[in-house]
Write a new protein. Sequence first.
Length: 285
Amino acid sequence: MGRKPCCDKDGVKKGPWSAEEDKKLINFILINGQCCWRSLPRLAGLLRCGKSCRLRWTNYLRPDLKRGLLSEYEEKMVIDLHSQLGNRWSKIASHLPGRTDNEIKNHWNTHIKKKLKKMGIDPVTHQPITVDQPSIEQPTKNQPIIQQEKQTTMPISPAHVVPEIMDILDHNKELVETPILSTITEIKLEDDDHNNNNKNTATSFCTDEVPLIQPHEIIIPSESTPSTSSSSSTSSIILEDLRFDNWQYDFNWEDDFSKTLDYLLNDDIDMNNVISQDWSKVLEV
DNA sequence: AAAGCACGCAACCGCCTACTC
DNA sequence: GGAGTAGGCGGTTGCGTGCTT
């Protein structure tokens, strides 16, 4: 039996998200939290497949995302983590708060790869490129890291390859608030797919931290109801209940959320602008 | 000024895994 | 135990934009 498509292709919009769609998605998730992605588009009034909504939220709309280029420090983090974890972007991203796997993957492919090659380092093996050294294929996710390590006789950390990286790391350490560096050494090389115990540690990030709700708790935003923050007492109560206390960023709920809500409820505001500037500014740690 | 090209990034696709029944 | 489903992940694509010729 063939696999059922994640969504009905007919009537499902594809391509770039409009400001209106973003607004609907943010509004729905802020009010209801994340429920099942499959039914979210219907409940939120979006003509998108659930997968697309999840991706949009995870990679672009999530309030705790950092925008902009990776800092030099973050870049070194990615290099080091990649040397240990390979192309497991989500794992790498979990060690960089506010960064998504997609963002890191893109940055790796567009910037870091080139940079490493320029430095004479094979981005795949993290070892110096020699003329007759064939590039070793990137291990697949089915190939355990431990097994890959056995294939090499030298340490694979880039710090062994490029000593100055550690100097840069030290230099940039002061620029970062979160103690990311200390976690590098804590990364277990064994596959931790079955070990979610450290999912919610102070330094790792998890996209599941938006409160989950039961289907009966879902509130479908009404198009007809004028939704001002003062007029919707029901929403206020529920929003109060759904405070994202477990989120990793330092969110000043009283001030920032009402500010954010104002944006959402004000039709005159261009959401693209909100997201790229005010939204991220409001929620910046 | 315009055509061609390269680059960056958002979004999609298909596969995999975990979970439920 | 197997089928069906949902969510997650990594690879890839395609479009917008800036640069070069």
